[in-house]
Design a protein around this ligand. Structure first.
Ligand code: DHB
Ligand code: FE
Length: 282
């Protein structure tokens, strides 16, 4: 059967994608950011996922402000990188796993999590930057990708608790799929950052570090954090971190932290990254 073996948490700062696309990753500003991803790339080469289930947010790119689904599951055969104003990023087409995605839709919706089914969708930096961070610049992405898009752009986003329990339901869905598949789940966005108004540039490393620690030590307690805490402590865009609870909920209660990278700042954002493996591997 299919199994979720590990989780990856990673920021999606668009300038990281631009640095890769324009070949400036070894400049002094970027070198320490990318140095922390070298181990991640080795790790994922060895982990060899068949499918990445990628929890991310759209930034009013694929969805206009006219229609904002809370949870939207990518069930298409492929997802083109979106044009966010400077042309699409020069990265490969993202290929989906339609059969597994349909199975997850069936299982999760009948498990009473109402998802929007996306049979066509473009994907913005929220999805392509985490792929670039983990896989570098291949001609083709080395695995299939199932996108799950979460609303964090207009209040109210889903609660951390809802996200965590959705992760649980996604795990049940994956484990009821017959084919042997190695699935790695990504929770993306964050960490602390605020892009506008008086507190623009806000970064809170103490809060971010506590969030990273508690993913292993107290994931359920962490998922109970109210939205106002993210807003006050991690800035207006810090709310992107609710998506990490979907990833954490899909893993075992006990996990091993195999890698962490934290760097301040990249663009306006604290870059946070963690790799968690389930303890019992079969
Ligand atoms: C930045 C961070 C984001 O999460 C985003 O979506 C856009 C920009 C930034 O730090 O510049
Ligand atoms: Fe963002």
């Amino acid at each position: 059967m299919a199994r979720i073996t590990a989780g990856v948490g990673v920021s999606h700062v668009p300038a990281i994608g631009v640095a890769m696309d324009t070949g400036i990753t070894d400049q002094p500003y970027w070198q320490p950011v990318f140095a922390g991803f070298e181990r991640s790339r080795d790790w994922i080469k060895k982990a060899k996922p068949d499918v990445v289930f990628l929890v991310y947010n759209d930034h009013c790119t694929a969805f206009s402000a006219e229609m904002i689904p809370t949870f939207a599951l990518g069930c298409a055969a492929e997802f083109a990188p979106a044009d966010e104003g400077w042309g699409p990023r020069p990265v490969p087409m993202v290929k989906g796993h339609q059969k597994l995605a349909s199975h997850i839709a069936q299982s999760v919706i009948l498990d009473e999590f109402d998802l929007t089914i996306m049979n066509a969708m473009e994907v913005d930096h929220g999805l392509t930057v985490p792929l670039s961070i983990m896989f570098g610049q291949p001609d083709e992405w080395p695995c299939l990708v199932i996108p799950l898009c979460v609303n964090v752009v207009q209040y109210p986003p889903p609660t951390g608790n809802r996200c965590y329990n959705l992760g649980r339901a996604i795990r049940r869905a994956v484990e009821s799929y017959d084919e042997d598949l190695n699935v790695v789940i990504f929770g993306t966005g964050g960490m602390s950052h605020q892009l506008q108004y008086k507190r623009a540039g806000l970064i809170n490393s103490v809060w971010d570090t506590d969030f990273l620690d508690r993913l292993t030590s107290d994931p359920v307690g962490l998922s109970q954090k109210p939205h106002v805490d993210y807003l006050r402590e991690a800035g207006s865009e810090g709310i992107e971190l609710v998506m990490w609870h979907v990833m954490r909920g899909a893993l075992d209660d006990e996990v091993v932290e195999v890698h962490r990278h934290y760097h301040v700042p990249a663009s306006n954002t604290a870059v946070g990254h963690i790799i968690l493996e389930n303890k019992v591997k079969e």
